[in-house]
Design a protein around this ligand. Structure first.
Ligand code: IPE
Ligand code: IPE
Ligand code: MG
Length: 247
């Protein structure tokens, strides 16, 4: 494997895992079979991310809008999540990966909430590696929730609105204690964010690949990280300024 140099490894990679349905359809299989295969990709990607030195991996697993899907697909996805959590508990402990979630998990089925609590509790002392699952997540809902929590803090005298900055306000987001993603990958060729981490991605590098999520593998993640390494992140400054700063 030709891994990029250490300085070019993104600290936080966020992935919109898309294309399970089309993968299944192409093979005349039920959509759930695509989701099943997608779970295997998650395992590969978690392993590869760790090998590459990516400390935070956020996976969009179920959006706030995905409840619109047929009931049997939604319950199938919840069943797979339960299966994944049970199966991965020991691996996550062995590999020292902390499981976290973003999104309104209180609306998930009780058994899934129980498993999530169990895995989070068992891994909460790990600091180096973080797997963040976005579940029932929507960036707009998250912003509204953050505004409400911030307003309550203002009413309680804990915040002064005259001193509001993104640094302070972003603490009220579900990602408040996570670094912002450096790299966003979306599989399956769709060119949109679908309500994922919209403010946190302000300066993320974006990579869209036509590969469907069940086909996404180790070499695809390595290729994306290499592509990231070739990009110049300017944050509004000029190339000359970036070069001067780096020298
Ligand atoms: C992504 O695959 C998985 C979830 C959204 C849960 P899709 O199910 O969206 O696959 P396509 O987009 O229909 O191919
Ligand atoms: C985004 O994919 C959500 C997840 C990957 C969990 P969708 O397949 O739901 O997005 P749209 O509907 O095509 O925008
Ligand atoms: Mg999709």
């Amino acid at each position: 494997m030709s891994a990029p140099g250490p300085a070019k490894i993104p600290q936080h990679v966020a992935i919109i895992m898309d294309g399970n349905g089309r993968w299944a359809k192409q093979r005349g299989l039920p959509r759930l079979e695509g989701h099943r295969r997608g779970v295997e990709t998650v395992r590969t990607v978690v392993d590869t991310a760790r090998e590459l030195g990516i400390r935070y991996l956020t996976l969009y697993a179920f959006s706030a809008e995905n409840w619109k899907r047929p009931g049997d697909e939604v319950s199938g996805l919840m069943g797979l999540l339960d299966f994944f959590l049970k199966r991965e508990l020991n691996n996550l402990i062995k590999e020292k990966v902390r499981l976290r979630t973003i999104g309104r998990i209180d609306a998930l089925p009780a058994n899934v909430q129980r498993e999530l609590a169990r895995v989070k509790e068992a891994t909460k002392h790990f600091t180096e590696w973080n797997l963040v699952l976005a579940l029932n997540y929507g960036a707009q809902t998250e912003a509204a929730d953050a505004a409400r929590a911030y307003a309550e803090a203002v009413q309680a005298g804990r915040e002064d609105p005259a001193e509001a900055t993104w640094e302070k306000f972003s603490r009220y987001f579900s990602t408040g204690d996570l670094p912002e993603p450096d790299l966003l990958i979306r599989t399956s060729g769709e060119l949109r964010l679908s309500n994922f981490l919209m403010l946190q991605l302000a300066y993320a590098e974006l990579i869209f690949t036509p590969t469907l999520w069940p086909d996404f593998g180790r070499t695809d993640l390595v290729a994306a990280v290499e592509e990231y390494g070739r990009r110049e992140r300017r944050y509004g400054a000029t190339t000359e300024q970036i070069k001067a700063g780096a020298s």
